[in-house]
Design a protein around this ligand. Sequence first.
Ligand code: PMP
Length: 339
Amino acid sequence: MTSIQNATSPSGASATNLDEQDRPFVWIDGELLPKSKAMVSVFDHGLLYGDGVFEGIRVYNGVIFKCQAHLDRIFRNAEQLHMHRQGGSIFGRNADGFPYSKDDIRRVMERCVEANGITDGYIRLVFTRGVGNLGLNPFQCKRPTVICIADEISLYSEAMYKRGMKVIVANRPRTPTVCLDPQLKSLNYLNNILAKVEAIDASPEGAPPEDCILEAIMLAYSEDPSKQVVGECTGDNLFIVKDGQLYTSPLAVPMLDGITRAFIMNELAPSLGMRVIEEPLTLRRVLDADEIFLSGSAAEIIAVRQVDDTAISEGEGPITASLRQGFRAIVTGADIPTD
Ligand code: PMP
């Protein structure tokens, strides 16, 4: 195991005497480095091939929100990529497992949060395949590179939450599971990025940032367009409200098993006396919804007021508003869950 206890800034600098431009301190493989020194090799397969996994995690009042769920997901995904087989022969047959435990990574995140003086912010955790050669063979990379960045976050304005977002339906469907499972939160996000470009390009010419379209609904791939169902957006899961009832498509559609989605379904909605029904949602049902909202660690819960040319709601609908208020009450309250 790599020592994480001794990971300090090389200069011994603390978060308070950092040059502003050198924030944040970034943890890379056992060292906390100022931003300008936080680099990875050009031979890292994360860069060369998008070969790696990542998480986006929120910190509320110093608590790493849903820490265990994020750790479980990144380790599950790293295993899907066979990262635990690295470190042995070039065929990855003699490996002795991933070089860090979940507890190690939890401590790395805590340390990064503390070193950067973050009380409310965002953590980006990245495991790349590590440094190899120009070939594809992942087992030429002896050790994964682990990166942890803790920083402040400001995603959407309060006005945007109240007003709701405009989104489009991307022409590009979500990658089918047989090709690359969308539950694998890998560094290969081109499917999502190119759908996001479709959204940005659909924004009104010269629009101010608040009028730009920043999300796109991604349909599950089907050879028969009439059978296409709505999975998720480029960086968020999607829920609808119809006649007072909450719905979301099941994970098999396919989509990322969002941690915010699970929190809404299993904890938040029940705490407000609501239940979420999982049913494959056709685009027609989504367009016919009374309310639509998106969920994600970064965006939390945000309303959608328009999909392409179809108006959904006048601003944030009442059920979305009560879920968002409930969410904010939990993450700003005295008892932020530490599970
Ligand atoms: N879908 C995609 C494609 C995502 O990238 C994300 C996270 N940004 C989500 C859904 C939401 O997942 P979570 O709630 O775990 O952040």
